[in-house]
Write a protein that binds this ligand. Sequence first.
Ligand SMILES: Cc1cc2nc3c(=O)[nH]c(=O)nc-3n(C[C@H](O)[C@H](O)[C@H](O)COP(=O)(O)O)c2cc1C
Length: 197
Amino acid sequence: MTMKPRIAIIVGSTRPARYADAPTQWMLKQADARDDLDVEVVDLRDHPLPFFDEMASNLWMPSHNPEAVRWQQTLDRFDGFIFVVAEYNHSITGVLKNALDQAYKEWVRKPFTAIAYGGLGGARAVEHLRMIGIELQMVPTRTAVHIGGSDFMTVHPMFGNQPIATIEDHLLPSAKAALDELVWWAKATMAAKATEA
Ligand SMILES: Cc1cc2nc3c(=O)[nH]c(=O)nc-3n(C[C@H](O)[C@H](O)[C@H](O)COP(=O)(O)O)c2cc1C
């Protein structure tokens, strides 16, 4: 059995003018440079989910909507997640919350971290995400990557519009810590599941 975790970077904003692509690609580069995980981008634009319309979460009964089922099948392939978190009114985007609600079993006992951005680095949204993750029986890492304050103003298209490389010295330590923690927990949960099986 391979112990190399398969990690999905989930892009949590779908609006046409989103900034999310820049942090997604930057985080992909950091993860791709490592040999202790396999990483893939999963874009919510490629998963046009309806607003949750099932009888119950798939913890209790199988989902019916074909897009919900396809989403669950996508998540099932991964051992851990990196969420790309835009902060909308101090929380995660509605589209990401809906995507979290549209699965359950596929999140359970899997770790996640985040790369977030906003005036305060998306910190409030990541804290909400961690609380949601606990209800989904996930393992949130302590460390996430936060693009905030003057760094956010430097890179965001509405302000400085500079590439993330301009400020990446500020992000690299937290990116390494976040990925180290993610891999540790992914291996731990994978090993525990293998023992159960
Ligand atoms: C509806 C909405 C609410 C927002 N609320 C916040 C917020 O609470 N805190 C913050 O730092 N930025 C906030 N912003 C600004 C976002 O950080 C910024 O628009 C960012 O680019 C959003 O991510 P996206 O472009 O990938 O969708 C908000 C933006 C929108 C559209």
